[in-house]
Design a protein. Structure first.
Length: 472
């Protein structure tokens, strides 16, 4: 008789499992599809020569783009030790833990443990008249619970946690891209300051010699003391500029130290005139930003997460099928706990349909839909910003290349003017003010040429970052 009952119970449980597994095909959860971004990507780059080739300089490794051995060493060090990169890695670790938890959503919950219960009954109650002095119960119980994923809620939650993890991965990649760009720009800025310092020192030496020359001309009666004083003032102005540049170098080295995650120090480096970035400027089609820009990828993963959470909120309106079971050993006497007669078991399967819950489910659905729309708008905004950054970096690069030629011609013309003014002054055919003006203009022009050289390098780095290069 007992075996017949057990067989019937097994058949019922098997029937419930079959129904649960059959209903799992009835998903209400939708599959994510990337939104139509044709409008956003058609004219994303503001340039007269829209790229038709999918190849992008973002696919080039930073080790290939930057050939300076010192810079390569510092980038490698920064990727290992930078605090922002290390923080992003820990964010990835946390997101990965949630993703693993999401994958485990299909598994049942199982707990087991011993229990002791003592009950004191009222003497006037039904059991109090039987069990005088209270009742002790000992048991070792295992509890199992499993929910069938009928409507795709568990699957959608799993996908949401996976998207959150991939978003953290893309965030880590974005930090790497920004770090490489920051290290390169800071390094190039140091080289430019070194070059400006060298020009300033040469100017100081020239002006110191000029002071002696103008003093000799005064002794000869060709100029007045005013000319001597103004030459001395110009000399001291250059000395003050040297102090400013040395201060800027000191601060820039400290900035590089932070990027590398190290204590402030002096950094070995090459010179500005040997820096060459010979990689061909290739933008790739605008749609390539969807696979190259980490922040754009992170924004899309954020959209996917919101989409799947909307699926979860939608499936919460439908009934849930849950199977629960418990079993173990139970006895009134501790000595009899491990007897075969102490075995017990029960299983319960049922559908639960939410009806009245103070509008919680409807609110969750409305919030999820609104957050999904926010994520979509954020995705499109991030893509537009990426296109804007590419356009600005490209235009700046082309403009600076044109301007460099004019700056170089300006320096050559001013150097010639300075030499002529000095020669004419020595022979009494020019005013000392012409020489002072020429000298000051030459220094400014030479510093501008260095700045223009720096900006060309910086614009290539900025374009590389804007296209999503560096993290691969």
């Amino acid at each position: 008789m007992i075996s017949i009952i057990k067989h019937r119970n097994f058949n019922k449980v098997a029937l419930i499992l079959v129904v649960a597994l059959t209903l799992q095909s009835c998903f209400v959860a939708k599959d994510y599809e990337r939104p139509d971004l044709k409008t956003e990507t058609e004219a994303l780059y503001r340039t007269e020569n829209l790229p038709k080739d999918s190849l992008s300089m973002a696919d080039v490794s930073w080790k290939t783009l930057f050939t300076d051995s010192y810079l390569q060493q510092y980038i490698e060090e920064g990727l290992q030790n930078n605090m922002d990169v290390r923080i992003a890695i820990q964010q990835m670790v946390a997101a990965e833990a949630y993703a693993k938890q999401g994958k485990a959503g299909y598994l049942p919950s199982l707990s087991i443990g011993p229990n002791y219960t003592h009950q004191e009954y009222s003497k006037n109650s039904q059991f109090g008249s039987i069990f005088s002095g209270g009742l002790d119960t000992y048991d070792i119980t295992a509890n199992l619970s499993w929910e069938a994923d009928i409507w795709g809620k568990i699957r959608s939650n799993k996908r949401a946690t996976q998207a959150a993890y991939l978003q953290s991965v893309a965030g880590h990649q974005a930090v790497k891209t920004q770090l490489i760009s920051s290290i390169a720009n800071t390094y190039f800025n140091l080289l430019a300051l070194d070059a400006q310092l060298e020009v300033t020192k040469q100017t100081i030496a020239t002006r110191e010699s000029g002071v002696e020359t103008i003093k000799a001309l005064k002794e000869a009666g060709q100029v007045t003391q005013v000319a001597v004083d103004q030459n001395i003032a110009q000399y001291n102005s250059a000395k003050a500029l040297q102090v400013d540049i040395e201060t800027a170098i000191f601060k820039t080295e400290n900035t590089l130290s932070i990027l590398l995650g190290s204590v402030p120090q002096n950094f070995k480096r090459s010179s500005l005139d040997v820096q060459k970035i010979e990689e061909t400027i290739k933008l790739g089609v605008p749609a390539s930003l969807l696979r190259n820009r980490p922040d754009v990828m992170a924004a899309e993963y954020g959209l996917i997460q919101s989409f799947e959470l909307t699926n979860v909120a939608s499936s919460s309106f439908y009934p849930s099928l849950t199977l629960t079971a418990s079993g173990g050993l139970q006895s009134l006497e501790l000595a009899d706990l491990f007897s075969s007669n102490s075995l017990f078991a029960n299983i319960v399967g049922g559908l639960t349909q939410p009806l009245l819950n103070k509008r919680k489910l409807k609110t969750q659905k409305e919030v999820a839909v609104a957050q999904q729309e926010q994520a979509l708008l954020q995705f499109k905004k991030t893509l537009l910003i990426a296109g804007n950054e590419v356009s600005n970096a490209l235009f700046s690069y082309e403009s600076e290349a044109r301007k460099f030629e004019f700056r170089t011609n300006e320096v050559e013309a001013l150097r010639t003017a300075e030499a002529h003014s000095e020669e004419l002054l020595k022979n009494g055919y020019a005013n000392y003010l012409d020489l002072l003006t020429a000298r000051q203009s030459v220094l400014s022009a030479e510093l501008n040429v260095i700045e223009s050289t720096l900006q060309q390098l910086v614009n290539v780095v900025n374009l590389y970052e804007a296209l999503g290069g560096g993290w691969k």
